[in-house]
Design a protein around this ligand. Structure first.
Ligand code: AMP
Length: 282
């Protein structure tokens, strides 16, 4: 497994693939890898001849008060988890490689996709995601890139950016990987949880599934939402950024359930210092 540190080295590898008419898949991550990330890698391996995993904690998607400095950085452990999978390489650029002095470009996503959910709770977050993902796709010239449905809104934003900028990469969504016992969606931020918090956190997906079930059963969405929020608070969560039902692709608010329209429930809530997100189909 090679470790590419520069865009030039990554490009040289991509060119060698292209020269042999072999396909390349990219799996972008911020590291602190868990089984969720590894499931993306395995899916990428089924879809392309070679897989590169990028590890880059992207400063532009964090607000000043967020956890950029505290975000876990464990590159050696990440490399050890990836080594048995037999991927072609890692791409681990430094910040100065991605944002060299004088960097002045901004990518602003103004759409119904970004003014809700995490876009409302974290203004400018998706602009940072859009610029870094565009850069990674253009740098790697990957044929395919795999992203997790855990970040469902992010996946829709990336599909939009990829289409709008004609990047011409096939974007593939991978199902959410959950803890086998509790059903808690795996996340690098779960590392922030104490044992007691982790136990409470395991209730989030259960409450979300019950909310989805209520909607499916035709219950009044506002009433079901308020009941689910009470349950989240009772489970030990603090601030609830959102708990909502929205259409799956355009992310419009659903007030009356229509079984013919694909929709999902979304939640973001804080427990201790961790902000957890989850979503599922109704
Ligand atoms: P992150 O390192 O958190 O930026 O995540 C990198 C990629 O892994 C993103 O496409 C995430 O959606 C995906 N991902 C993170 N957690 C999970 C999970 N539990 N299941 C599936 N994909 C995930």
């Amino acid at each position: 497994m090679q470790n590419f540190k520069t865009i030039a080295a990554l490009r040289a590898f991509q060119k060698s693939c292209k020269d042999k008419s072999e396909t390349l898949a990219l799996v972008p991550t911020m590291g602190a890898l868990h089984d969720g990330h590894l499931s993306l890698v395995k899916l990428a391996q089924q879809k392309a001849d070679h897989v590169i995993v990028s590890i880059f904690v992207n400063p532009t998607q964090f607000a000043p008060h967020e956890d950029f400095d505290a975000y876990p950085r464990v590159e050696d452990a990440d490399a050890a988890k990836l080594a048995p999978l037999g991927i072609a390489g890692l791409f681990t650029p430094r910040v100065a490689e991605m944002y060299p002095e004088g960097f002045a470009c901004n990518l602003s996503i103004t759409s119904a996709l970004t003014n809700c959910l995490c876009g409302a709770a974290r203004p400018s977050h998706f602009d940072g995601v859009a610029i870094i993902v565009s850069k990674l796709l253009l740098q790697s010239r990957a044929d395919i890139a795999v992203f997790g449905e855990k970040d469902w809104q992010q996946l829709q934003v990336i599909r939009r950016v990829n289409a709008d900028l004609n990047i011409d990469c096939e974007i593939i969504g991978a199902p959410i990987c959950r803890d086998g016992e509790s059903g808690l969606a795996l996340s690098s931020r779960n590392a922030y949880l104490s044992d007691a918090e982790r136990k409470s956190a395991g209730q989030l997906n259960v409450i979300l599934a019950a909310f989805a079930g209520d909607i499916r059963a035709g219950r009044d969405i506002d009433a079901a939402q308020s009941e689910a929020k009470d349950k989240i608070s009772a489970a030990g969560f603090g601030q609830i950024d959102y708990l909502e039902c929205r259409t799956a692709q355009s992310l419009e608010r659903v007030t009356i359930f229509n079984p013919k329209q694909a929709c999902r429930v979304f939640v973001a809530a804080k427990i201790g210092s961790a902000r957890l997100i989850d979503n599922m189909a109704v």
